[in-house]
Design a protein around this ligand. Structure first.
Ligand code: NAD
Length: 431
């Protein structure tokens, strides 16, 4: 474990996300004339953990894995953020994603800070038993660097409720018998029936849908008949598409890690979901749509574009080809700074990630409260609370952006940063 003084220069190939989040932060900080000492604190991460750990494979060999947990800031409460299993996970990705979590939890008005982490791994190459041992060993190695009142992981790319159940069980197993049940909220996104929240599975995608609905309401538009494309048909992409389709919108393009599909007549969301489940999670070969060149995906004719996969997908290379007039950022950091400038100049509206996909962390907060208080909440009550919270954030961000004449991302960052600045100014710096 290291406490950073400065961020190392990022590797060239992965420069994007960290540069983007810092640029977004500095641009909002300039707008609000952020206290210079607070700017220094928020420009770097609090704690960075890199762990190399051995795991026995099914064939008896031992493999060494590398896991990361970066804790950016905890001025407002315990660190909170997902764990990602992907080959692109490295220290820079974890830093960038941890920073976005700090702004996201602050903007949502939650009593949390921001963290992120994961393992540099392609999980499709490992058996379920191997993934369980990898997860449990990583959890054990993290030790007290995570904890229900300290740092609370959640699912992200290629991790799910099963992964969270393994983490919770491993962490709780390290406690004395009488303490175990008090530690269930060490992770959120657990399976319902094992401390999970009804509806946490759909919370992020539902939130993405809600922010699109709020945009439509504000602009006197109907979602019925609108066309949309989704990049990433996993937890976030699928649920966002599901709720949009329920509202009468039509999915005309979809892309996952394996291929891209289009059909201007519409792609039935549930049919594709069921096809994917029976096809090792891949959309490739779905008979009711046409395969297309992935490079042309973002140029598809549509009203709404939902990037819900990885970071840095919309850049100066493809921003000009985008036909959608609304981009709803389901993923974290899907639009880089240069891509965003092109889109804003063209009058495209971007619902920024830290608001658009915040339904997930809001759902996680509800799960954490539920566990902490020994309660069980009902689905309709949860979705209602989520909508209320997100609606109030959406109103705040749009009002701020209109008042100051700035784009929604800068407004969202400004509100988030001001809340943390206030905490620091009130509290002061020890000693
Ligand atoms: P997931 O693993 O469930 O799904 C990811 C999807 O993206 C899969 O369909 C995968 O095939 C696809 N994908 C991967 N690489 C791709 C590529 N290069 N091109 C196109 N598609 C690709 O992950 P998720 O939980 O849905 O997360 C998606 C995004 O949403 C991530 O950026 C994540 O950080 C963000 N997010 C997730 C949550 C959550 O609650 N799960 C909350 C907030 C933000």
């Amino acid at each position: 474990m290291t406490n950073t003084q400065t961020l190392e220069k990022p590797q060239a190939a992965k420069r994007g996300m960290l540069d983007n989040v810092l640029e977004q932060f500095n641009s909002a900080a300039d707008k609000i004339d952020l206290n210079p000492n607070v700017r220094k604190i928020l420009s770097i991460t609090n704690t960075e953990i890199i762990i190399h750990f051995p795991v026995r494979m099914d064939n008896g060999n031992v493999e060494i894995f590398t896991g990361y947990r970066v804790q950016h800031n905890n001025a407002l409460g315990p660190y909170k953020g997902g764990l990602r299993y992907h080959p692109t996970v490295d220290i820079d990705a974890a830093r960038a994603l941890a920073m976005w979590m700090t702004w996201k939890t602050s903007l949502a008005g939650l009593p949390y800070g921001g963290a992120k982490g994961g393992i540099q791994i392609d999980p499709s190459k490992y058996s379920k038993g191997e993934l369980e041992r990898i997860t449990r060993r990583f959890t054990y190695a993290l030790g007290e660097n995570i904890g229900p009142e300290h740092d609370i992981p959640a699912p992200d790319v290629n991790t799910n409720d099963q992964t969270m159940a393994w983490i919770a069980d491993t962490y709780m197993s390290t406690k004395s018998t009488s303490e175990r049940s008090k530690n269930q909220h060490v992770v959120t996104g657990k399976p319902v029936g094992s401390g999970g929240l009804e509806g946490r599975d759909r919370a992020t995608g539902y939130g993405v849908f809600l922010t699109i609905k709020f945009w439509a309401e504000k602009n006197n538009q109907s979602l019925n008949g609108k066309t949309f494309i989704v990049q990433g048909f996993g937890n976030v992409g699928y649920w966002a598409a599901h709720f949009l389709e329920n509202e009468g919108a039509k999915m005309v393009g979809v892309q996952d890690a394996f291929g891209s599909l289009q059909n201007q007549e519409g792609i039935a969301v549930e049919d594709l979901f069921n096809y994917g489940k029976a096809n090792s999670g891949s959309i490739v070969g779905f008979p009711e749509a046409e395969a297309m060149n992935g490079k042309e995906f973002f140029g598809l004719e549509c009203d709404i574009c939902i990037p819900a996969a990885l970071g840095n997908q919309i850049t100066k290379e493809n921003a000009n080809s985008i036909k959608a007039t609304l981009i709803a950022e389901g993923a974290n950091g899907p639009t880089d700074v240069e891509g965003e400038k092109i889109l804003l100049d063209r009058g495209v509206t971007i619902i920024p990630d830290i608001m658009c996909n915040s339904g997930g962390v809001i759902g996680s907060y509800f799960e954490w409260l539920q566990n902490r208080n020994g309660e069980l909440w009902q689905l309709d009550e949860i979705l209602e609370k989520l909508e209320k919270k997100l609606r109030s954030t959406y109103k705040k961000v749009t009002a701020y952006s209109e008042e100051k004449g700035i784009d929604m991302r800068t407004a969202a960052f400004a509100i988030a940063i001001e809340r943390i600045e206030k905490a620091y100014v009130l509290r002061g710096i020890f000693p």
